[in-house]
Design a protein around this ligand. Structure first.
Ligand code: NI
Length: 176
């Protein structure tokens, strides 16, 4: 089991746009395994490759209570988005910060799974929010950048203060 270091906002590497994965090779499968191990250990509900400084379009998510339903999205594409969600989000790259983000509440996403097989998923609520949060990472966007400028500057000030202590992700919150 390999745990990968997670980049912390505002690290400029979080702004990189991830490249498309060119087939699910053994190397990609190893990366997926390491990303899942890292997400579960954090603990978090989702992780994008961008957060571990690998700029490839790969996401892992597990929103299950028992933490035994890993979902892998390679080269995810949004085919449709509708409705509205207003769910409080956290992020493994922004420890200790939780804010509501307004997003579509229902999405249809197409991706490859860990075996390289294509699938299409139509989801709403929590999982729809997670997928969008992680897909934003692949575009180089951290969720706090979707908030007002005032909120962003308050968050940056708070992060600077807490820099030297470790803030543990809260198990009962949506940390992505
Ligand atoms: Ni995140």
């Amino acid at each position: 089991m390999a745990l990968l270091p997670i980049l912390r906002y505002p690290d400029p590497r979080l702004r990189k746009r991830a490249a498309k994965v060119d087939g699910v090779s053994d190397r990609i499968r190893k990366l997926i395994k390491d990303m899942a191990d890292t997400m579960y250990a954090a603990p978090g509900v989702g992780l994008a490759a961008t957060q571990v400084d690998v700029h490839l379009r790969i996401i892992v998510i597990d929103v299950s209570e028992a933490r035994d339903q890993l979902r892998v999205f390679v080269n995810p594409e949004l085919l449709a988005a509708s409705g509205e969600a207003d769910i409080e989000e956290g992020c493994l790259s922004v420890p200790g910060i939780y804010e509501k983000v307004r997003r579509p509440g229902r999405v249809t996403v197409r991706a490859l799974d860990a075996a390289g097989e294509p699938f299409t998923l139509d989801v709403e609520g929590l999982l729809a929010v997670c997928i969008q949060h992680e897909m934003d990472h692949l575009e180089g966007t951290v969720f706090v950048e979707k908030l007002s400028r005032l909120k962003q500057s308050r968050i940056l000030a708070r992060l600077r203060k807490q820099d030297r202590r470790t803030v543990e992700p809260e198990a009962r919150r949506l940390v992505l």
